[in-house]
Design a protein around this ligand. Structure first.
Ligand SMILES: Cc1cc2nc3c(=O)[nH]c(=O)nc-3n(C[C@H](O)[C@H](O)[C@H](O)COP(=O)(O)OP(=O)(O)OC[C@H]3O[C@@H](n4cnc5c(N)ncnc54)[C@H](O)[C@@H]3O)c2cc1C
Length: 517
């Protein structure tokens, strides 16, 4: 369908990209972008762009992608705990400064013929256009105003994070926990320019309060909107002095936040459509917010080209995007929980911890990780089953052989040796039938409490059973990780078709033994 006039509210990545693609597809349409901030005043540091995102952007608009890549910084990944480091080479991962990305997208939007109006905060009701694209971010006023129509639900994360940066390029991306007197802080840091790196730092509420950051957060509440929490920055600068190599942490409207996950039952209402963070968010630990916003823009413009009426086009857009968004939100929810509970895993050897990270959301199979990063999986197997791979020259099994290899390893626990990971323990097994969807929620806490009794009355192992779907198995594996703290072997029961998940769970420290149906 042809539009006469489109208004885009919000000049973030989603809004600017939608404006450019729309103008390229419909040169006769007048496209206006309204951005409340002046140019160059955006907040934020770097934004990660994974290989799949780059491929999608290349398909939609090779010109702007080339420009984005020209301004981006490649990086590998690493996980460091104390002095132990696990490295993950990656030749396609890149990051770009948010300001730089917006400059590039602004240039391309203007080059396509759109009109950018900076310094204008606009309300959907005050705009006269055939289509109003509400790309006004996670705090979308458009969405909030019609929250009942959009069926908006916002859930707030337990953990706290802040987003800051430093003035040098880290040699590679770094996940690193540091335990201070107050508790554990973890950074997700990555270079995004020759002289800049992002430091996202997160912690749990107890640590945050113990460090006094509830007080610094409250003190900022009534002050200027662009102020940063300098007390926290100076504290964290000392905490992360080692990876910072003596550099300072730089703030930019930096303050402690809790992540807000936005779900909307509907993404359009009349001629107004939600796009990007306004419609949905996914936890930052999967680095997908910008990707989702820009992919929404592609789908919206494609749906407008395919359909003859605006209602059909907006329904088509939503139908096309919703499955991918829901999938990523589910992955992000698991990832968020993994990070929220991260300090509990610090006892794992670093390479097993990296396997746990990679398999945290059930998205990356152990076999694929072994193909891309064999040295990490080899080292993880060496600590999982000492002696099983006698030296670096011993061949690392692949595919199904790797799964079978993991399961064939013996387990030595509390004086008992189990010949392989499907061995049956002797004695009384404490049974948990877990059907809930949240392995860290109150029902899981109840299951844990009930087990205390069973363990006290002489059980020799714990077995967790439950429904047959893969999601349920992933939940059992997460619960298994919690229960392993008891010291008894934890057996996870699951269907044969999910053997790869069970094997990954063994190496990642979520199970000791498995029982296959
Ligand atoms: C800590 C953190 C780390 C992140 N890391 C990554 C990462 O590594 N990779 C990644 O892909 N994503 C990351 N993201 C997410 C990413 O920043 C967002 O998901 C992405 O910017 C969403 O784009 P958007 O265009 O939908 O919204 P936004 O980028 O939020 O843009 C919305 C724009 O609308 C403007 N606006 C709001 N209301 C109005 C109005 N009424 N009128 C005019 N203008 C208005 C705002 O000023 C803003 O410029 C991260 C986010 C956070 C919080």
């Amino acid at each position: 369908m042809k539009l006469g006039r489109a208004a885009v509210l919000g000049g973030g990545p989603g809004g600017l990209y939608a404006a450019r693609l729309l103008k390229l597809a419909q040169p006769d349409c007048v496209v206006d972008v309204y951005e409340q901030d002046a140019p160059q005043t955006t907040f934020g540091f770097g934004v990660g762009l994974a290989a799949g995102t780059q491929q999608n952007l290349r398909t939609a608009d090779p010109g702007s992608l080339a420009d984005i890549l020209d301004h981006s910084q490649p990086h590998e990944m690493s996980l460091r705990v104390g002095d132990a480091v696990a490295r993950m080479p990656n030749d396609s991962l890149r990051a770009i400064g948010r300001t730089t990305l917006l400059n590039v997208l602004q240039r391309h939007a203007i080059a396509a013929g759109t009109r950018l109006h900076h310094g204008q905060r606009v309300d959907a009701d005050s705009v006269d256009a055939d289509l109003i694209i509400a790309a006004d971010g996670v705090s979308s006023a458009v969405r909030d105003r019609y929250a009942a129509d959009f069926g908006t639900q916002i859930s707030v994360g337990d953990g706290l994070y802040l987003w800051c940066g430093t003035d040098f390029a880290l040699p590679m991306a770094l996940f690193m926990p540091v335990t201070a007197a107050a508790g554990t802080f973890v950074t997700h840091a990555y270079p995004y320019a020759a002289d800049r790196s992002t430091f996202l730092i997160e912690t749990d509420e107890q640590t945050w309060r113990a460090a006094g950051f509830d007080v610094t957060t409250d003190a900022l509440a009534g002050g200027p909107a662009d102020a940063s929490d300098e007390v926290s920055l100076r504290f964290l600068e000392k905490t992360f002095a080692d990876p910072l190599q003596g550099h300072a942490l730089i703030g930019n409207r930096t303050r402690w936040l809790r992540f807000r996950t936005v779900h909307c039952e509907r993404w359009h209402r009349g001629n107004v459509v939600l796009l990007g963070d306004a419609a949905h968010t996914a936890h930052y630990s999967i680095g997908s917010g910008t990707k989702l916003a820009m992919e929404d823009a592609m789908a919206l413009v494609a749906a407008l080209a395919e359909q003859h009426t605006l209602p059909d086009a907006l329904s088509r857009y939503e139908a096309a995007r919703r499955p991918a968004v829901q999938h990523l939100q589910a992955v992000a929810a698991r990832s968020q929980r993994w990070w929220d509970t991260f300090p509990g895993r610090l006892g794992l050897p670093v390479n097993q911890l990296l396997v746990s990270y990679m398999t945290r959301a059930g998205k990356v199979p152990l076999t694929r990780f072994a193909e891309s990063t064999p040295h990490v999986v080899r080292a993880a197997l060496a600590s999982y089953a000492p002696g099983a791979l006698p030296d670096d020259r011993a061949e690392l099994p692949s595919g199904e052989d790797l799964i079978n290899f993991v399961i064939a390893q013996p387990l030595r626990r509390a004086g008992t040796t189990y010949p392989h990971r499907t061995s049956r323990p002797p004695g009384t097994i404490a049974e948990v039938d877990f059907t809930d969807t949240d392995p860290w929620g109150p029902k899981a806490d109840d299951a844990l409490a009930r087990l205390e009794d069973a363990v006290g009355s002489g059980a020799t192992a714990i077995r967790i059973s439950g429904p047959g779907r893969r999601d349920d198995l992933l939940n059992r594996l997460n619960l298994g990780e919690r229960l392993r703290g008891h010291g008894l072997p934890v057996i996870i029961r699951g269907s044969r078709q999910y053997l790869p998940d069970l094997a990954a769970g063994l190496v990642a420290g979520r199970a000791d033994l498995i029982e296959v149906d």
